[in-house]
Design a binder for this molecule. Structure first.
Ligand code: GLC
Length: 533
């Protein structure tokens, strides 16, 4: 069935945050051999590709998103050989490996930046974005950093400001410079030659900046409690002319190899986001669809509206994708609660398009409070209420010390959840009603039922405002998904007969009459629609 489809269309992606996955050498930090040791877990679970957050050489000001050598592995994570071993072992199991690619900025400790800042006439000066101070002696314009504060840092040595849309230790590269582009495309080739299957491209929306450096306007929809960087609209720092040319060039590099792909971290409104598939589908294979991550209210009608609008907006031939969480955002089970997180999981894994799962979601892990003194994230140091450490805590493997993430006598780099005895792989494997069992069953169904892997999607008009119902259809196969977004019992009226294949409660099978379909509070059902006759 899947011949005409690429692996990144039929498959499911799993995001590993390497620092927190499994510590193989007892230093309290997860590493590459640790991921290799856990490969059987991914095969058992039934995912197809692993995306690893950065494992490159870095001073770790932003935990690897500040890179000082794009082609070297940080010793904390292992060696280049360890990575080769992981790729080889993964491929033997039919698992793909996707690396993070961070084009917007390097570390200030990258030799390129060291050269650039050494003096104004250095050949690499123009590899970064330097501006003189404004007439009043302040920064060149009003742009703010994603982590809070100004996006400009004054470099006393050369008497100019450099731009950093993130931390001051992450100077932005100047992608208008052809030498930068060439060097950065060589980075892609370096990893593609080593057998890497794809890249998740970091912070793409801001890679090109306004060439006139105009001030950004204030954001009228900003609410108290929102991260400070949202107080400004990125009119001159996001989605700028010239960015599509760059995504086309990145794509051309990747297309020089067989079966490779690009995922784009692009935080933009939907109509702009979908333009990054490319007019000829010649840009990003999967521009991340963050709608379930950024939406403010988790309600049936809001979700239906998002899915239908997105499906309608996709350019012809473009492949959809969905995601519930990542290493930057509050975990889904914290945002909507553990009961509704099961609904979200059924939704994620039965919609049309490629799902990306964040590690721990399959266990129903929640954010872990991190005491002020232990905050590591630069965003958290600036604004403790926006710390991302909470969603990056150690993976919970079993009921032993530190949830089996590292040896008992070692301190993990971030605290382990208090409730890890209940929520861990070993315990949930044994429990037929756990989130892990639900996830694994959904992944199995998704893989084996063509309607779920590649079938059409159609939402169904129902009277009940608390529920969302849709159909997945391929040839003779018709699956129906009905999700109850409320904690109360609901009745949904459809027509015909169906067979319950799976309930999110894990305890219900048998045939049902769809004219009065009862769902318990927080229940989702996957049903095989039976032919009318
Ligand atoms: C992306 C990453 C985030 C990082 C930032 C700067 O948004 O997901 O973790 O801090 O880019 O690289």
């Amino acid at each position: 069935m899947a011949e005409a489809y690429a692996w990144w269309q039929t498959g499911v992606i799993y995001q590993v945050y390497p620092r927190s996955f499994f510590d193989s050498n007892n230093d309290g930090v997860g590493d590459i051999p640790g991921i290799t040791r856990k490969l059987d877990y991914f095969s058992w679970l039934g995912v197809d590709a692993l995306w690893l957050s950065p494992i490159f050489l870095s001073p770790m000001a932003d935990f690897g998103y500040d890179i000082s050598d794009y082609c070297a592995v940080h010793p904390l994570f292992g060696t280049l050989e360890d990575l080769d071993t992981l790729v080889h072992a993964a491929h033997q199991r039919d698992l793909k490996i996707i690396l993070d690619y961070v084009p917007n900025h390097t570390s200030d400790e990258h030799p390129w930046f060291q050269e650039a800042r050494s003096n104004r006439t250095n050949a690499k000066r123009d590899w970064y974005i330097w501006r003189d101070q404004a007439h009043d002696g302040g920064p060149p314009n009003n742009w703010v950093s994603q982590f809070g504060g100004r996006a400009w840092e004054f470099d006393a040595l050369s008497g100019q400001y450099y731009l950093h849309l993130y931390d001051a230790k992450q100077p932005d590269l100047n992608w208008r410079n052809p030498e930068v582009r060439k060097a950065m495309y060589d980075v892609l080739r370096f990893w593609l030659d080593r057998g890497i299957d794809g890249f998740r491209v970091d912070a793409l929306q801001g890679v090109v900046k306004d060439d006139l450096f105009r001030d950004n306007p204030p954001n009228p929809t900003w609410q108290t409690g929102d991260p400070p960087y949202l107080a400004q609209i990125g009119r001159y720092t996001e989605n700028q002319p010239g960015l599509h040319e760059i995504t086309q060039e990145m794509r051309a590099v990747v297309d020089g190899y067989k079966q490779r792909m690009l995922i784009g971290e692009i935080y933009l409104p939907m109509e702009q986001l979908v333009s990054y598939y490319g007019e000829q589908l010649d840009e990003i294979h999967l521009p991340f669809n963050f709608q379930f991550v950024t939406m403010r209210t988790w309600e049936a009608q809001a979700v239906r509206q998002i899915v239908d609008a997105y499906e309608a907006m996709l350019p012809p031939g473009a492949w959809p994708n969905w995601v519930l969480g990542n290493h930057d955002r509050t975990r889904i089970a914290t945002r909507i609660g553990r009961e509704q997180a099961r609904i979200a999981q059924m939704l994620l894994l039965t919609l049309r398009g490629t799902p990306t799962c964040y590690y721990g979601e399959e266990l129903n892990m929640q954010d872990v409070p991190v005491p002020l003194a232990l905050i590591r994230d630069p965003m958290g140091k600036e604004n403790p209420e926006h710390s991302r450490d909470l969603v990056r805590t150690p993976m919970q493997w079993d009921g032993s010390a530190h949830a089996g993430f590292c040896a008992a006598e070692v301190q993990p780099w971030l605290p382990v959840a208090d409730d890890y005895q209940l929520f861990n792989v070993a315990a949930e494997k044994e429990d037929t009603r756990s989130m892990l069992t639900l996830t694994r069953t959904l992944l199995h169904l998704r893989r084996t039922q063509a309607a779920l892997t590649i079938g059409d999607y159609r939402s169904l008009a129902i009277e009940n405002e608390s529920c969302f119902a849709y159909m997945r259809h391929y040839q003779e196969q018709r699956y129906l998904v009905v999700l109850n977004f409320s904690a109360r019992e609901q009745v949904v009226q459809l027509s015909g007969q169906a067979q319950i294949v799976l309930s999110t409660h894990g305890d219900r099978t048998g045939s049902v009459d769809l004219s009065a379909l009862h769902l318990r509070g927080n229940e989702g059902l996957l049903l095989a629609h039976l032919p009318d006759h």
